[in-house]
Design a protein. Structure first.
Length: 132
């Protein structure tokens, strides 16, 4: 069974990377492999709507920022005040406990915790020490 890091370590080309990072790569993302879980952090400053879901063995992240601020004059480029982006990560053949995924958004950072299944966690085998 592949781990989530196996999916990330695929060559940086083709449809996988486009679907994973989305066409908009200005929103950086970290994926951290911990003993009990994977942590995904996505930069999304000022987001007004954040959605995390699992559909068809894919983790879907959708973020939107709508500004209600008004400016005198006409925008030539408007990239700071409004944006939307999506990121998708395939969970096929991974060791993720989908039923216990959690997420939170604070201070412009979305964090998604993907707990590992029991078989993915390291097993510690005790050693009996016999002193003669």
């Amino acid at each position: 069974m592949a781990s989530i890091t196996d999916l990330v370590n695929l060559p940086l080309s083709g449809n996988f990377m486009r679907s994973f990072y989305g066409m908009n790569t200005q929103h950086p993302m970290d994926i951290i492999d911990r003993e009990e879980e994977y942590l995904i952090r996505v930069s999304a400053p000022g987001a007004t709507d954040v959605s995390v879901s699992v559909e068809d063995n894919s983790l879907l992240i959708d973020v939107e920022r709508e500004s209600t601020e008004t400016e005198a004059g006409q925008f030539n480029i408007q990239g700071i005040s409004n944006y939307t982006f999506s990121k998708t990560l395939s969970l096929n053949n991974t060791n993720i406990d989908v039923e216990h995924i959690t997420s939170k958004y604070a201070k412009g950072i979305l964090e998604v915790l993907l707990p590992k299944t029991a078989e993915a966690k390291p097993t510690v085998i005790p050693v009996d020490v016999i002193m003669e």
